[in-house]
Design a protein around this ligand. Sequence first.
Ligand SMILES: [Zn+2]
Length: 420
Amino acid sequence: MAILNNHEILLNNITMIVLGLFLSLVPVIGNGQPYDLLLKSGHVIDPKNEINSILDVAIVNGKIAKIEKNIPASQANKVLDATGLFVTPGLVDIHTHVFVGARPDKFADGILSLSPDDFTFKSGVTTVVDAGTSGWRNFPLFKAQVIDKSQTRVLAFLNIAGSGMSGDPDQQDINDMDSKMTSLIVQKYPEIIVGIKIGHYQGNEWTPFETALEAAKKSNLPLFVECHLPQLSLEGQLNRMRPGDIITHSFEKVSERMTVIDEQDHVRPFVLDAQKKGILFDVGHGGVGFWFSQAIPAFKQGLSPNSFGSDLHRFSMNAGMKSMLNIMSKFLNMGMPLEDIILRATWNAAKSIKRSDLGNLSEGAVADIAVLSLLNGNFGFVDAGGIKLEGNRKLEAELTIRAGKIVWDLNGLAAQKWKN
Ligand SMILES: [Zn+2]
């Protein structure tokens, strides 16, 4: 038996104390707080899972851990009181322009772009789709410059024009619309590119439209039609589109283009047929894409948008459009029920871009969450023609969570109170 000297006894004792301390901590770590964040008592609307009631939402490691009544506050590191607020999946905006920064072409249209994080979180948006601001030639630059550097999840419709919205005459060049090169880039970035875009073509040939459709078919992705195609009839476009393809600026009223509403205020029959066939109508409000004179009769006669793409760009956000929440508030005051609005802003939008991992609060899904307040008061909502609809309800983003992290907190819901 070894005889220990005083020094060794002391070391042994220290070892035992350290070991004891460690063992006494293990149960605390194991049973203490299984959740990072807990949203208590909010009104959860998660259309995918048919949830519409007061529940608690627990988050761990950036994912939804549990949605249930009365999850004990003691089980979370941080607890937020969401009483009186709506808790929904993070909003999905499928029509934005966010290719900011230098680009080698003339970027006549590129200057429309905004930096996504500056405008998304304050509106409850956690995912945006850039609508063809880039094409196969400059998508890698867009990815390096914006997509990889943004906290917002940025996805993309790839423009059939090689350099995307690079200004005229470049974006009109039919010879630079290449379905093969476009689908090669799609194959390289399947986790980011969610569709092919045709738009801003001013000519009267169907070749660009058909080339874009061909690229979409090759890639098994939706075609996104931004119908500033004044020479090509709306009926011809809708006839060529497949179920699941998306048309935006659905309620536009510019003289060169046929509208969804005819002179007698009726939705044109071929438009309703297209909706029945499965073509998806996106709002695409932007600067000129949304008119009450189109949207209100359309809504009353059963032509509802499938999603609330904002067409966010430098000019629309300072004009009638403002934000995706403002568009949602317009439809709320037009009479669309709140649950239908959340459906279109989350699950419908995610499904339309074949990303069923998004737009829902299923257990295990990424914790992208919008916490919204519904304000009562006197508000004015303005369309692209400068017409105002008065209303008494308005949605506002109180808190936005992206992958479990609080990225927007309007009134300090998650902050510590000042104490004198
Ligand atoms: Zn656009």
